[in-house]
Design a protein around this ligand. Structure first.
Ligand SMILES: [Zn+2]
Ligand SMILES: [Zn+2]
Length: 63
């Protein structure tokens, strides 16, 4: 595997649709590991595995 540990991309938080909520620190976007992928556990709806953002590979809390 190539080193992708530093590759992240900003995506719209699925929980609030970009309006801002506690899960995206009220900015409406979250930083996830690129390429951005919807959470396979909830398919983008939001669950504990994706920190309720709907995205897989969330940067921050789960690093
Ligand atoms: Zn949000
Ligand atoms: Zn999820």
């Amino acid at each position: 595997m190539t080193d992708e540990s530093g590759t992240y991309t900003d995506v719209t938080c699925c929980h609030c649709g970009g309006l801002g909520c506690i899960y995206c620190d009220r900015i409406g976007k979250v930083r996830v590991r690129a390429p951005a992928r919807k959470c396979r556990h909830c398919d983008g709806i939001g669950c504990i595995y994706c920190g309720f953002t709907g995205w897989a590979g969330l940067k921050g809390k789960y690093d």
